[in-house]
Design a binder for this molecule. Structure first.
Ligand SMILES: [Zn+2]
Ligand SMILES: [Zn+2]
Ligand SMILES: [Zn+2]
Length: 275
């Protein structure tokens, strides 16, 4: 079953351009004036999220602070489920923008999250999730808590979404595998027990923040090494900071590894065809 993955956002938590920064990459991402388009539009990176679409179904992974603008840019008019990776602001703060998309969901729009992420969503959006005196026009959403066991999964509209535990600093957060693709954002390492869940991939999407080491994110070199270890057919890097210029970084990467960019669409197989 063919599916399309769209990068709603490919940037790090601060986005690119980074507020207050005048570096070359940040400057290249925005129009210099009303008549001069950005020198490198692919350096404009909103907060990280992907849309997975197949057979009229739309599943979104994470709703960051740019979700509203991303949904308008992509003409997203319906969401059938949202999967969360973890509770950091760049991945959850747009949850409230699901409101108009959720009002037609019967009985509610399902959100899938591990326990710490579910706790964070309930805390930030208390008025949405509290049992008493719920805000009247809150998003019509319901959290489904994912078990923490490796390989835990949820079946949605003929496709299976499997939880892949990944290491994000001191936390273990959630990556997702669906058919021949895996979306592993926000990690600095992949624990050994998750590697068997990542065999036979066509498409691997990985965190690659920058070149210098970072306590909670992968570097360009580390992500290249992870691709060598996991051996997908192709890999795309995301959650990138202003350290990585799109064109010049792509030029030094092996051909099967590319930097993602906002709006990039990739076709892949999400499930075997029903007999
Ligand atoms: Zn992040
Ligand atoms: Zn910058
Ligand atoms: Zn994070």
């Amino acid at each position: 079953m063919q599916a399309t993955l769209t990068f709603l956002g490919s940037g790090t938590s601060m986005g690119v351009p980074t507020l207050g920064c005048a570096c070359e990459v940040c400057a290249s991402a925005v129009p210099r004036d009303a008549d001069t388009p950005p020198a490198s539009p692919r350096n404009r990176r909103t907060r990280p999220s992907v849309l997975v679409a197949w057979e009229d179904r739309n599943v979104v992974i994470d709703t960051g602070p740019d979700f509203h603008a991303q949904a308008i840019r992509e003409g997203l008019r319906r969401v059938d489920a949202v999967l969360y990776t973890h509770g950091h602001a760049d991945h959850v703060l747009g949850m409230d923008d699901l409101r108009p998309l959720s009002f037609h969901s019967q009985p509610s729009l399902p959100l899938f999250a591990d326990d710490p992420t579910a706790d964070t969503l309930e805390r930030i959006f208390d008025y949405t999730f509290r049992k008493q005196q719920r805000y009247a026009t809150s998003a019509r959403v319901e959290i489904h808590r994912m078990p923490s066991t490796p390989g835990a999964h949820v079946d949605l509209f003929g496709a299976r979404f499997q939880r892949i535990p990944v290491t994000h600093g001191r936390d273990t957060v959630t990556g997702w595998r669906f058919g021949s693709a895996a979306y592993l954002t926000d990690l600095n390492d992949i624990p050994a027990e998750s590697l068997p869940l990542l065999t036979g991939l066509d498409l691997l999407i990985l965190d690659a923040l920058r070149r210098q080491p970072h306590p909670t994110h992968s570097t360009l070199d580390n992500s290249i090494a992870l691709v060598e270890k996991i051996q997908p057919r192709r890999a795309f890097f995301t959650h990138m900071s202003h350290d990585l210029d799109h064109e010049s970084t792509n030029a030094i990467l092996p051909p099967h590894i590319r930097l993602a960019y906002d709006g990039l669409k990739l076709e892949f197989d999400i499930a075997p065809e029903a007999a």
